[in-house]
Design a protein around this ligand. Structure first.
Ligand code: NCD
Length: 309
């Protein structure tokens, strides 16, 4: 166990692919402790965490901040729209300043590879809070934690990952995460124009993830244990008319769920794909999923910055 903890110490979190099943299981065990514990330990009282979000965020930024504060750390926030980036300061110089001021940086950026670039520049741990359409590793950790805590297992389940599989970094990160486990089947459900990008599909194929492609959830809903729904990523579309055409092309309604025992997860924010009426069904698991973002990120920060002994 001590060895496992040591592998987390001072570590960058760039892609979920960098983590083993055992490391994720340790994170989930640690998260359980923070879910049930009333009083958080003051393990990070000497630490400063920096958040630097170059794209909008509610859950990721705030849950990292709350997690750090609950463990006694202090939090500084770089607001790109009032920082010297507006005076033309480079991304590299900005990261090098944060490296001098904080013990860990949580970064979100529209460019794919931005977090990896920052991690290469910076000695301090960098956590990727989302880079373009590529990775969102801590969301994938939270998604699988929610499955495990709600259904008692990750292996042997049937998953449907639904929506904008092309641009959603949370969908591809979750799929990458599932390659570390043994799902019974993964249904990839999207309009054709939003199908998984080739390089992601290829990667899943290489590790023989059991998967099938569908254009509608109705085809599989009765067999599915976990529905993972994503928003159409409007901000990633080159053509606004294409977005308008696809908007509303898949919606999980309450009546659709009457035929299903599946839990519904969503990284949020939601748009028309997840109507509010679903909140009152027994299937809805996305609010507690978002709330568990705090204990999961407490466990993560504690493993990375806490005493590894
Ligand atoms: C997601 C993201 O930023 O990728 N949000 C989140 O972090 N929970 C999902 C999205 O924006 O659709």
């Amino acid at each position: 166990m001590a060895k496992n903890r040591a592998s987390w110490s001072k570590r960058d979190v760039i892609s979920i692919l960098d983590f083993s099943r055992e490391e994720l299981e340790l994170l989930f065990e640690e998260t359980d402790k923070f879910v049930t514990q009333e009083k958080a330990p003051n393990t990070l009282s000497e630490k400063i965490v920096a958040t630097a979000f170059f794209e909008p965020s509610t859950r990721t930024r705030l849950s990292f901040s709350v997690a750090a504060l609950r463990l006694g750390a202090k939090v500084i926030d770089l607001s790109p729209d009032v920082s010297s980036l507006l005076k033309g300061e480079s991304f590299a110089d900005t990261i090098s300043m944060l490296e001098g001021y904080a013990d860990l940086i949580v970064l979100r950026h529209p460019s794919e590879g931005a977090a990896l670039f920052a991690a290469e520049l910076c000695e301090k741990p960098v956590i990727n809070g989302g880079d373009g359409s590529q990775h969102h590793p801590t969301q994938a950790m939270l998604d699988l934690y929610t499955v495990s805590r709600t259904l008692g297992q990750i292996d042997g389940l049937v998953y449907a990952v639904v929506g904008d599989l092309k641009y959603s970094r949370t969908a591809s990160s979750l799929l990458y995460a599932l390659t570390k486990f043994k799902p019974k089947m993964v249904h990839l459900v999207s309009p054709e124009a939003l199908a998984l990008r080739k390089e992601v599909y290829q990667r899943l194929k290489e590790v023989s993830l059991p998967m099938e492609v569908h254009s509608s959830i109705e085809e599989v809903i009765s067999q599915v244990d976990v529905i993972y729904l994503t928003r159409i990523q409007k901000e990633r579309f080159a053509d606004p008319d294409e977005y308008k055409r696809l908007k509303g092309s898949y919606v999980i309604t309450k009546s659709l769920l009457e035929k299903s025992h599946a839990i519904v997860l969503h990284p949020l924010p939601r748009l028309e794909e997840l109507p509010y009426e679903v909140d009152r069904t027994p299937n809805a698991a996305y609010i507690k999923q978002a709330h568990w973002g705090v204990p999961l990120r407490m466990a993560l920060l504690n493993l990375i910055l806490g005493d590894s002994q």
